[in-house]
Design a protein around this ligand. Structure first.
Ligand code: NAD
Length: 278
């Protein structure tokens, strides 16, 4: 098993990608600390993980709150005593109905205009719908959350002196920046820059720091998208479908396990070809 004897803390692990990563890491022998702002969902995933490997447990953790992050790491210390792998995964997209409706209807209007008149007369103007509070929450959960958890994990990995792995969940939006979510793109772009900066500093301790930049993956995060939008995404994806949470978990296992010992400061992008960066 690729993670035999390892310990891992995963944020936002009560659903979607974090849950799939937790299950796979447990199946590969790791003891996992399943954290989420939703304690009940974290508990459910931890129970599933215990069926594969003993030692999994759940802790409520709001990554946007540094004191909640500190408490979660203290609970992990008490249970595991050390930490090999941190996965900064927790995230959101906007679910505000006004924001979604405005974006969806304007996107469709633009397409119709392109097909009929050949030029766009409708403008997205996404930022008009992003309030201070929305922008702040987006940055707090993704970027501050990654910072708070990394700040807790690194000293523990340094002190132990056996290296470690930090995996940050970015997105193709952090590089490709598709229309419709400038604050999400900014948060993910920040995570990519943070990943590279910390990878350089942590390398001397043997701590490898990488990102995963998924394309569109079939998880509850995409619930606000309607079927028409999902069809459009599939049409733009050379592999013709959404990804699965298990396909992203496989990327996380690669970055957490023994097959990526010369990989740091990178972003691995399982995205079905929708974005080809090299
Ligand atoms: N699904 C995709 O298409 C996709 C694509 C690229 C990147 N991502 C990223 O992957 C990560 C996981 O997304 P997912 O698709 O599994 O979504 P999801 O909605 O299924 O799961 C996200 C989890 O994060 C938790 N969460 C939300 N706010 C939190 C907070 N403040 N503190 C702790 N936990 C919190 C939620 O409770 C939920 O369990 C996110 O960072 C997302 O941006 C997803």
């Amino acid at each position: 098993m690729k993670l035999d004897g390892k310990t891992a803390l995963i944020t936002g692990a009560g659903s979607g990608l974090g849950a799939a990563i937790s299950r796979l890491f447990a199946a590969e022998g790791a003891r996992v600390c399943v954290t989420d702002i939703d304690a009940a969902s974290a508990e459910k995933v931890a129970t599933e993980c215990r069926a594969a490997a003993p030692g999994a447990f759940a802790v409520r953790c709001d990554v946007a709150d540094s004191s909640s992050v500190r408490e979660a790491f203290a609970a992990m210390d008490a249970a595991f005593g050390d930490l090999d792998i941190l996965v900064n995964n927790a995230g959101i997209i906007h679910t505000d109905p006004d924001y979604l409706t405005a974006f969806q209807s304007k996107g469709l209007a633009q397409m119709a205009e392109l097909m009929t008149t050949g030029h766009i007369a409708t403008h997205l103007d996404t930022l008009d719908h992003v309030t201070d509070a929305m922008f702040d929450r987006m940055l707090r959960i993704h970027l501050y959350g990654t910072f708070y958890c990394t700040r807790e994990a690194l000293p523990r990995m340094r002190k132990r002196g056996q290296g470690g792995r930090i995996i940050n969940m970015a997105s193709i939006m952090g590089s490709a920046s598709l229309a419709g979510a400038p604050d999400y793109a900014a948060a993910k772009g920040g995570i990519l820059a943070f990943t590279r900066a910390i990878a350089r500093e942590a390398a001397s301790y043997g701590v490898l720091v990488n990102a995963i930049s998924p394309g569109f993956i079939d998880t509850p995060l995409l619930t606000p998208l309607d079927e028409q939008q999902k069809s459009l995404i599939k049409m733009q994806t050379p592999l013709g479908r959404l990804g699965t949470a298990e396909e992203i978990a496989a990327a996380a296992l690669f970055l957490a396990g023994p097959d990526s010992t010369f990989v740091t400061g990178q972003s691995l992008s399982p995205n079905g070809g929708i974005y080809m960066s090299q």
